[in-house]
Design a protein around this ligand. Structure first.
Ligand code: CYC
Length: 184
């Protein structure tokens, strides 16, 4: 498991090189933008249960067969497993965003997940759809562009200073895309 710093060390070591200008500039930026990163992680983590339940509900609304006999969210035991998986995935995305590196997500969550789902008959497309909804929710929370129209009575605006979070929300989006790619 790596983070932005250990990744720079491993990359330099593989080239038997000193840590160079571009690597240091990247890490300097990582530090300078560190508080923004923590706010972005908080935007995900502190809205996690709402995000997961909304994504799974949305996935089921679009495909109600999932909660009928024979569907993979039926009976409640499977519904609970699905909600739990959503929470696990979101948690590892938040770890990746915190460390600025995808390896924790790859090694501890995605490695073997597709094979597990295929073995259990968990529909990959539906799982990817739920992850896609979580991505939309988290990007909106990081950017502060979530709206009462989409959130209903659960609407919650993060009380973070306004600024440019486009790089961080794009990075977060890339981790969700990584999950979707691993299930495709
Ligand atoms: C380390 C991280 C980690 C991950 C990622 C993980 C995933 C994981 N999800 C599982 C099951 C499951 N996962 C789902 C998920 C879904 N079903 C759907 O229709 C939806 C598409 C989707 C929710 C979005 C379901 C329903 C099961 C139970 C399947 C069964 O027992 O028949 C299982 C089998 C064992 C169990 O039921 O607990 C594992 C290992 N476990 C871990 O420890």
């Amino acid at each position: 498991m790596l983070d932005a710093f250990s990744r720079a060390v491993v990359t330099a070591d593989s080239k038997t090189a000193a840590i160079g200008g571009a690597d240091l500039a990247g890490l300097r930026n990582f530090i300078a933008e560190g508080n923004k990163r923590l706010d972005a992680v908080n935007a995900i983590a502190s809205n996690a249960s709402c995000c997961v339940s909304d994504a799974i509900a949305g996935m089921i609304c679009e495909n109600t067969g999932l909660i009928q006999a024979g569907g993979n969210c039926y009976p409640n035991r499977r519904m609970a497993a699905c909600l739990r998986d959503g929470e696990i995935i979101l948690r590892y995305v938040s770890y990746a965003l915190l460390s600025g590196d995808a390896s924790v997500l790859d090694d501890r969550c995605l490695n073997g997940l597709k094979e597990t789902y295929i073995a259990l008959g968990v529909p990959l497309q539906s799982a990817a759809r739920a992850v896609g909804i979580m991505k939309a929710i988290c990007v909106a929370h990081i950017n502060g562009t979530n709206t009462p129209a989409m959130a209903g009575n659960k609407f919650r605006k993060m009380e973070t200073p306004q600024g440019d979070c486009s790089a961080l929300s794009a990075e977060a989006a890339s981790y969700f895309d990584r999950v979707i790619a691993a299930l495709s």
